[in-house]
Design a protein around this ligand. Structure first.
Ligand code: TRP
Length: 330
């Protein structure tokens, strides 16, 4: 079986955009691949400097992925910081990474652009962790001989950089010591609209949290702005944010049935929102229960992660041994 590997950066809290855009596709992929999914906690340290915030995010994101359905018996689910070989490999790879390659990284360039637009020094507030982020990420990937790396479109450049770095390394030693990974960007992943109609994103503040309480979920949905069409008027489901969200949770039969009711008129926005709440809560309430159970039992969470981390280390130490030999360090 081929290997799929992806990292989950523990920042902020999970929302339904993450659920449909990243978690569900990763769970589907795990059925066909030998999956290795990990909490990229050292990646988060670049931006999260408050220890309580970082700890909370790690617990929340770990519990969230498990609650959403990661099966730690089938997926090697681990924590990056628990695999110190990652950081040794990052040091090795840095020796093969042209600085110019890092200069071209989108995230770094965007940070520099923001600075210069504000009239500040280009490097203001940019730490080396951000600058060398692609090296650490390449290390995550190459350490496990990953065949495919499921990522969002914003991360494909990072995977290409991992290919470049691995290529330079292999070329130097005249041997395929590192497997060249491929990015797997799911084409038909649903774009999840946020509560203001733009793409759901933490930075727009338009998210529906994945694990909000039932009453908070209802309130968020009920407060969503709609147009001023009255109850009797026929409504266009395809132009409706409420319906776009409904489609994510409803089965095809339910979608067709509700679309007809929109078009027929006689259904007001309040009722459309009730329907959305019903299907959303139907899917999310078992997740929410599992999530609450996991966050209230940090010991259990820790045991699951450390079992996965042990399995990951067994693989990682073999890779490092191979590379230490090849480089002449050993
Ligand atoms: N950079 C990814 C993100 O921000 C997270 C990540 C870290 C990752 N290491 C990885 C993804 C390795 C895939 C493979 O979402």
């Amino acid at each position: 079986m081929k290997t799929a590997l992806t990292g989950i950066k523990p920042t902020g809290i999970l929302h339904i955009g993450n659920y449909f855009g990243a978690i569900k596709p990763a769970l589907r992929l795990a059925e066909r691949y030998d999956a290795r999914y990990f909490i990229a906690d050292y990646h988060a340290l670049n931006s999260v400097k408050n220890p309580a915030d970082l700890r909370r995010a790690i617990t929340g994101i770990t519990a969230g992925w498990l609650a959403a359905g990661i099966d730690p018996e089938r997926v090697i689910f681990y924590r990056q910081s628990g695999v110190p070989e990652t950081f040794e490999l990052a040091t090795i790879l840095a020796a093969f990474t042209p600085k110019g390659l890092m200069n071209r990284a989108h995230a770094y360039k965007a940070a520099v652009r923001q600075n210069t637009e504000k009239g500040e020094d280009g490097d203001a507030g940019i730490n080396m962790g951000l600058f060398t982020y692609p090296v650490l990420m390449a290390s995550d990937i190459l350490l496990f001989d990953a065949d495919v790396v499921p990522v969002g479109r914003d991360q494909t450049q990072h995977v290409e950089m991992a290919q470049d770095i691995a290529g330079a390394f292999n070329h130097n030693y005249g041997e395929e010591l590192l497997k060249i990974p491929e990015a797997a960007v799911e084409e038909d992943v649903a774009v999840v609209p946020g509560l203001d109609g733009r793409k759901m994103s933490k930075s727009y503040g338009n998210t529906i949290p994945l694990f909000s309480t039932e009453s908070a979920l209802r309130k968020l949905i009920m407060r969503t702005v709609t147009n001023s069409q009255c109850v009797d008027e026929p409504k266009d489901p395809d132009g409706s944010l409420i319906f776009a969200l409904y489609k994510l949770f409803a089965d095809p039969g339910e979608q067709t049935a509700l679309a007809s009711r929109y078009r027929a008129g006689g259904m007001g926005w309040g009722e459309a929102k009730e329907e959305l709440f019903r299907v959303a809560n139907r899917e999310l309430s078992p997740l929410r229960d599992r999530y609450n159970e996991l966050v209230s039992d940090p010991g259990k969470l820790e045991r699951i992660l450390s079992r996965g981390t042990e399995k990951a280390r067994a693989i990682a130490s073999r890779t490092i041994k191979r590379l230490r030999k090849a480089t002449g360090i050993e």
